[in-house]
Design a protein around this ligand. Structure first.
Ligand code: TYD
Length: 416
């Protein structure tokens, strides 16, 4: 495939690029009309490294273009995510920082608006510290009374934290590690920051959940890496860490929680050994996984575009979008879906309302106007929040409203 010069961002070996989605704008780059002319584009392609086994973007967008003072993603925008973080806080308190540890320190990388830190308040013996480079979201966490360091996490940041707060009992990161190109620097920071018997916990979209349901819209500029158990284990081993447990999660359309410690500090679970063995059987060497995924992704995009064209042009129906997500930037651009077939998208985030989607320039309307609209179909761009949305939109469904989804394949959802 293309990008013959692509190399692994972690080990420098050649990258086998198996999926190329072409020219793409910044996924969270929601913009105003006067910004259309100078919109930034890059080439969105994914490859696999035969040496360190990491699935990753071939071309990277500089992080300062992504995590700015206008970063529009707020963890607390979903009720399900708040529930997820409440459960995670309980698990951290009970399983990872048992009573014997006095005033344990939990450090969260990419704490965003402080949703997890807030849930950890239910356990007053735990001390917390957030790290968040996007100043506008960090500000919300700070206003809510959390301690936050507003910088990218490096070995130097870790040293500063240790001097001020001591070493951490738990380092946690949710949907953050996959965003960081230089994971070597992060692992060096972990070596400094983590207590010898502490835990590192991170969860991110799981590559085999993405392939299993062809959710190729999870692939975008911020998601540099698409982790697997084997690739995480391999990377961790370079820094004297080992994976001790893996816990599949339903959030973000299928994520994996990785639990690591310094070598020989904790006993690896049989669940981890089983997942490692399962992945070994996936056999990347035959190249089938990546190629099959790419074909399915291209078909899904075409199918969605053709379905919308038929609904709108042939059947005269009105379809609107629901959820102006980062993910939707990939599917809308890859499938060439423009305002002529999807005239606008509703979203609850005030920072996105009144703006336009990256690349496709579809207007974003405030969610509160949805109640007075009566479209024939709603394209559910937040398919990962389907349960929450369908529960919320019972009135629309009762009136005969229908939801269209594209994951794992294009169809009208059964809401009966
Ligand atoms: P998410 O899937 O977390 O986004 P991303 O792909 O960017 O990671 O969805 C967050 C976006 O969806 C955010 O813009 C708010 C919007 N949203 C709604 O408009 N309505 C809802 O009911 C939910 C849960 C989210």
């Amino acid at each position: 495939m293309t990008s013959p010069n692509a190399s692994c961002h972690l080990c420098g070996s050649d990258l086998h690029v198996f999926a190329d989605f072409g020219k793409m704008p910044i996924a969270n780059g929601f913009l105003t009309e006067d910004e259309f002319e100078n919109e930034f584009f890059y080439n969105l392609a994914v490859g696999y490294c035969y040496d360190c086994e990491m699935v990753q973007l071939a071309e990277l967008v500089p992080p300062e273009k992504l995590f700015t003072d206008k970063y529009p993603f707020f963890t607390s925008s979903s009720r399900n995510m708040i529930k997820h973080f409440a459960e995670m806080a309980e698990w951290i308190a009970i399983d990872l920082t048992p009573g014997a540890i006095k005033r344990p320190l939990v450090v969260e990388l990419g704490c965003n608006d402080g949703t997890l830190l807030t849930e950890l308040r239910a356990y007053p013996e735990i001390r917390t510290l957030g790290i968040e480079p996007s100043t506008n979201v960090a500000e919300i966490a700070i206003i809510n009374g959390h301690n936050v360091v507003t910088e990218f996490f490096t070995e130097g940041t870790a040293q500063g934290i240790v001097e001020e707060y001591g070493q951490a009992d738990v380092i946690v990161a949710t949907n953050t590690m996959c965003h960081i190109p230089d994971l070597h620097e992060v692992f060096k920071g972990f070596q400094v920051l983590l207590k010898p018997d502490g835990y590192i916990v991170f969860e991110d979209p799981y590559w085999y959940a993405i392939t299993a349901q062809t959710s190729f819209d999870q692939i975008y500029d911020e998601h540099v890496y698409y982790f697997t158990v084997k690739a995480v284990d391999d990377l961790a081993s370079k820094y004297c860490f080992e994976l001790v447990d893996v816990l599949p999660q339903a959030v973000h359309g299928g994520a994996m929680r990785y639990v690591l410690g310094f070598n020989k500090q904790h006993r690896p679970t049989s669940r981890f050994r089983y997942m490692h063995w399962m992945e070994t059987k996936m056999d990347w060497d035959n190249k089938v996984n990546g190629d099959t995924f790419y074909q399915a992704a291209i078909y899904q995009g075409l199918d969605l575009a053709m379905s919308l064209v038929n609904m709108v042009r042939k059947d005269g129906k009105r379809v609107v979008g629901y959820g102006a997500t980062s993910k939707s930037t990939t599917i809308l651009n890859a499938a060439g879906i423009a305002p002529n077939i999807l005239p606008y998208i509703y979203d609850t985030t005030p920072q996105k309302q009144g703006k336009f989607t990256p690349g496709t320039h579809i207007p974003i309307r405030p969610y509160k106007e949805f109640k007075d609209d009566d479209p024939d179909y709603v394209l559910l761009l937040i398919w990962n929040h389907a349960e929450e949305v369908l529960a919320k939109e019972q009135e629309y469904i009762a009136k005969g409203g229908k939801f269209l989804t594209h994951v794992p394949y294009v169809r009208i959802m059964d809401t009966s």
